[in-house]
Design a protein around this ligand. Structure first.
Ligand SMILES: [Zn+2]
Length: 228
């Protein structure tokens, strides 16, 4: 077992680490790394430890953090703190957009795909994030149409996004969704048609579709809950 010294509220303390992570999260090589340092998540709770490792592959050498959890609740006086490797911590600083409960109910797939795409975008996977937003749009449009005419669900599911958008009655939703589709298709095709537009414009258009759909759902909900 590897020993490492950590700072605690009682001063420095030597702790023992169980197995080390055996695969680098960057180069995916199998490695036998040595801990460079460790830090308690929370001084008041000895339970969780973040341990820094450096990839031992000569061409990689990236530093990453692994999460450890206390093996047994030993007393401070016994000076025998052991920690087990749990997982490699992937920093997740993405702030997910929030959608109204009406949108979440209408299309949980749209919300899930949109959030996953935001994570891809935050990880600078911009070449594929656009495709994700295009996919999210397709789920939103189709779930919106299926909600209106549940009997057409099977037809709508099999129809391409463009013809689906044409089925939308509301002029504003249709016009904005149409433009979002144009930009979304640019993200999936080899040649861009809208050179001066980018993924930010696609996101703005999708958010506008969400805004109008949300307003319509809220309107219908309010009217049905307060009939004349
Ligand atoms: Zn590596």
């Amino acid at each position: 077992m590897e020993e490492i010294v950590i700072d605690t509220t009682f001063g420095k303390l030597s702790v023992k680490l169980g197995t080390s992570p055996n695969k680098c999260p960057f180069c995916h090589c199998f490695i036998h790394p040595t801990a460079m340092g460790a830090s308690l998540r929370d001084f008041s709770n000895m339970g969780q430890l973040d341990v820094a490792f450096k990839c031992t592959s000569k061409v990689c050498q990236q530093v990453f953090v692994a999460e450890y959890r206390q093996h047994h609740k030993s007393s401070f006086t016994s000076n025998n703190f052991c920690y087990d490797f749990i997982k490699i911590s992937i920093p997740n600083q993405t702030v997910s957009s929030s959608f109204s409960p009406l949108i979440e109910k209408l299309s949980p797939d749209f919300v899930a795909i949109y959030h996953q795409t935001e994570r891809a975008e935050a990880a600078e996977l911009d070449r594929i994030a656009g495709v994700g937003y295009r996919k999210a749009l397709e789920f939103l449009v189709k779930d919106y149409l299926i909600d209106k005419v549940p009997g057409d669900a099977e037809v709508i599911k099999k129809t391409m996004l463009g013809p689906c958008v044409k089925k939308i009655d509301d002029k504003r939703i249709k016009e904005v969704a149409e433009r979002a589709t144009w930009l979304g298709n640019d993200e999936t095709h080899y040649v861009r048609k809208w050179i001066e537009k980018d993924m930010k414009d696609l996101k703005s258009l999708i958010n506008l579709v969400v805004h109008y759909v949300d307003a319509e759902l809220l309107y219908l909900d309010t009217i049905s809950s307060m009939p004349k």
